[in-house]
Write a protein that binds this ligand. Structure first.
Ligand SMILES: [Mn+2]
Length: 312
């Protein structure tokens, strides 16, 4: 490695990047720059329509793609499971992790590792600015605010904490966003339409993979303002889940369609065993089940599955 270039720290969120991942990466790279460190925000995949809207809204440049992390120095944000990291992570140097998900991380040397029980990674990054009195520009405040609203589903998700709301209010002042609910719905609507999207794109647009013992589980989530479009394409989506599960060797593959207005989720799935009914203690029909009040993958969907598979 030649001199200066190898010292750059790449700040990256998870694959199938969402607004929390992209916004926190841009804001944290900027924070490190302010502290005199060479850091640059990257995206390990295509920017989704919601994040595109946010970047355009606050006139922020799209981070460059990082498709191969091999040999690079990395800070991981908004995830800590290697299956969700940029490709090539096994051959990268990880220097820090900042996250708000369950921990499933191992590394050969000590690193900075910060996980908080909070609604978004953007909330953690915003606190760093506020606590260290680093000036928040309108752009950075706007990005961080969007990340909080997106991840907490405009404070509706059970992952939302008092702190998230307090921080969001401070950021909104700086970002000059007067109506958080209105801005949040506008942002959430960007991803909501399934028109023109292939079943496969719908399943994998916001997708996370988990390994529970020997079981491989994939969980895609979409947020909608009504479930009609999903209901209409149910058969097609389940067929695709089966196809993808067999191709990619999943024991359980799920698409969770979350209605952010009614607050509940329709689960469509393909499974090798009878997992869903057991995990959620609810009768399923034709590879689908509706769970009232459920909207958080990390707090309401992953824990019952983790429990089920660890009891086997
Ligand atoms: Mn997040």
């Amino acid at each position: 490695m030649k001199g200066e270039k190898s010292k750059i720290i790449y700040v990256s969120g998870h694959r199938s990047p969402d607004t929390d991942s992209i916004s926190s990466a841009i804001a944290y790279a900027n924070y490190l720059n302010k502290k005199g460190k060479k850091a640059v925000a990257v995206s390990p995949g295509k920017i989704n329509p919601e994040t595109r809207f946010v970047l355009d809204y606050f006139k922020v440049k799209t981070p460059q793609l990082l498709l191969d992390a091999r040999g690079k120095k990395l800070i991981l944000l908004d995830h800590n499971e290697k299956t969700q990291s940029p490709k090539g992570i096994e051959k990268a140097e990880i220097v820090e992790v900042i996250d708000h998900h369950k921990v499933n991380f191992e590394y050969e040397s000590p690193i900075y590792f910060q996980v908080e029980v909070i609604g978004s990674t953007c909330s953690i990054i915003a606190k760093k600015y506020l606590n260290n009195r680093i000036k928040l520009t309108k752009k950075i405040a706007g990005l961080l605010l969007a990340g909080i609203l997106s991840d907490t589903v405009i404070f509706r998700s059970p992952t939302t904490t008092k702190e998230d709301i307090e921080i969001a209010k401070k950021l909104a002042k700086i970002a000059e966003i007067k109506n958080l609910e209105k801005f949040g719905i506008e942002l959430k609507k960007q991803k909501a339409s399934l028109k023109g999207l292939k079943a496969e794109d719908i399943i994998f647009s916001d997708f996370k993979e988990y390994v529970f013992g020997k079981k491989k589980v994939g969980l895609g989530q979409i947020e909608v303002v009504e479930l009609d479009e999903v209901e209409q394409r149910k058969k097609e989506l389940i067929k695709q889940l089966e196809k993808s599960a067999k191709n990619k060797n999943y024991d359980l593959l799920l698409l969770v369609a979350t209605d952010i207005i009614k607050i509940g989720s329709l689960l469509l799935f393909w499974e090798k065993g009878n997992y869903i009914e057991k995990a959620f203690k609810k009768k399923a029909k034709n590879n689908s089940v509706y769970l009232k009040g459920v909207m958080s993958r990390k707090k309401q969907l992953v824990p019952p599955l983790t429990k089920l598979f660890s009891n086997r």
